[in-house]
Design a protein around this ligand. Structure first.
Ligand code: SF4
Length: 200
């Protein structure tokens, strides 16, 4: 660890979303350790692929330690899945489950600061995530390090492509996979309708 740097446990949802938060937090003087707790990712093969992508980058490129914390998929089914396609309630419960585990690990390992890569993506529920992590951090006696990383999403996209990292096309759960597919179909239909209107 660098002398004078501030240890921080950084919950990470995947490799590509970790690139910019890690860089920016290091620039600020933090020394992040990454914490993986993502039992939301389905199917299991997808979960394993995202974790392997993160670990390879962490080891070979970023040189950052990764703690693989609890990944209780049964708990996710009980606590999150019943919200189904109610996205606001579902994502709040999902953030709560994953970030609670990160806070538990932070406390157990003596970190005073905790953060998450989740909000580099403009597709996440920014205010909900801040609310959830803020409450959890306070309850565990930790300081939440909250930054708006969304402006760096295009940079994260470009850098992850350059590095040849696996990039997923949906957030993680089966509901988000269905929502992403519907969104892509809607966008395609809108493009077709616009083309047809131009040629009418
Ligand atoms: S969309 Fe993402 S954050 Fe929301 S419940 Fe699904 S996996 Fe969790």
């Amino acid at each position: 660890m660098g002398v004078g740097r501030i240890p921080l446990l950084l919950h990470a949802c995947c490799g590509p979303c970790s690139l910019e938060p890690l860089r920016l937090l290091r620039e600020e003087g933090f020394e992040p350790t990454i914490c993986w707790s993502n039992p939301n990712i389905q199917p299991r093969e997808e979960h394993n692929l995202r974790l392997a992508t993160l670990r390879e980058w962490a080891r070979d490129v970023a040189r950052v330690d990764v703690v693989v914390a609890g990944d209780d998929r049964d708990l996710w089914e009980r606590a999150v899945a019943p919200h189904g396609f109610d996205r606001a309630a579902r994502c709040r419960a999902c953030y709560a489950l994953r970030l609670a585990e990160a806070c538990r690990v932070a406390r157990e390992r003596g970190f005073a600061h905790v953060s998450t890569t989740l909000v580099v993506s403009p597709y996440q529920l920014f205010d909900t995530c801040r609310d959830v992590l803020g409450r959890l951090a306070a309850s565990w006696g930790l300081e939440m390090v909250w930054r708006d990383f969304r402006a760096w999403y295009p940079e994260a996209t470009a850098r992850s492509r350059e590095l040849g990292m696996y990039r997923q096309s949906y957030c993680g759960c089966r509901f988000s996979a269905a929502e992403a597919t519907i969104g892509r179909h809607e966008a395609r239909d809108a493009r077709k309708a616009a083309r047809a209107a131009r040629h009418a």
